[in-house]
Design a protein around this ligand. Sequence first.
Ligand code: AMP
Length: 420
Amino acid sequence: MEIKAPRGVRDILPDESWKWAYVMNVAAKTMADYGFSEVHLPLFEHTELFSRGVGETTDIVEKEMYTFTDRGDRSITLRPEATAGMTRAALEHGMCAQGSAAKLWCWGPMFRYERPQKGRYRQFYQIDAEFLGTAGPMADVEIIDLSAELFRRLGLRNLEAVINSVGCPKCRPVYREALLKHFEGHKEELCEDCLSRMERNPLRILDCKKPGCGAVADAAPAIYEFLCDECREHYEEVKAGLERLGIPYRQDKRLVRGLDYYTKTAFEILSGDLGAQNAVCGGGRYDNLSESIGGPHLPSVGFACGMDRVVLVMEEQGCSFGRAPHAAVYVAALDASARGAAQKLTHDLRQAGLAAEQDVAGRSFKAQMKAAGASGAEWTCILGPEELEKGVAAVKNMGDGTQENVPLAEVPAYIAGRIK
Ligand code: AMP
């Protein structure tokens, strides 16, 4: 039987990959404009990095990690997210030593054993930005602004930024108690998962999408009344900063996110065009992640944006991806005697930085001209015995149909000088 790709993964084929390249170019420029430097990190790490960093009681660590023992008997995990690895790398290379901050970004595949559906895959791609080593609310605002600006440049519409504060180890336990008290009174309305969350992670009940749990969560007390002075002030300043920059947002007391490391600010950017999996970007502050993986105190904030979903929404909204790659010049040989010269001319055109295409299968001249038309090339160079005799190529402008004999050595410069 023919082998197919595993469930939940997909191939990004040529009809889509050029769109990804466009998004990556826009992302790279936006990151550079905001002072973030690109890093490339390993796709696998010690399992402990995620169990300690992301949190033992999160769905990601409990149910979704691709974990295996390598040949050296070490437990290894394919990264389910980038923040823990980014923090690990920054610490390992002393990038935040002596109180300095690091602004880093990366992109690449993440792996989670989730139930596949539209916009949710087991190998998916994220663009990830992390502002490490800064405690103040201006860093949170810069991170949210960066994500909003990326989407603005990509031309995405119908987006909504949603924010919340998840408090800190000082005020969250008090809130947790208040939540537990509320949920205790509504146990029979909660789903199985939420009943077990009550013991381990009651804040996660707020995030449950089931209607019964949703109603109970809606009626639950909001964290705002429980925030300590420091967290409240931080939250107010983040909101004021967003308002100063003209970034619209909605507060959602039920936004808690699926990773345990968040403190203070949590945010998501939702798309109105995605259905159930509607988050294109999620992030927030994680002041204690570094300590949980054995590092020093390193207050930080960041976001991860889902590439697959961004491209999906851009397609649905008819956003521009620029122009698909295409040949600028097609070189056609009139007969077999001209094939060698056609290949040499194609080579010379490519060396001059022009996208050139040719036939290497020995097809008829008619078939080659048909291929030239289909390729979208603006120019066609025709070589036959007569042209070879004179040392020229017949250079045809496909737009207006005009044709001129150009000495072979001058063809690349001739076309380069006229290309739109
Ligand atoms: P998270 O790391 O869970 O905070 O997710 C950040 C972003 O990554 C989400 O807003 C999604 O856009 C994207 N994302 C997360 N999980 C998946 C998945 N399984 N498939 C596709 N995109 C995902």
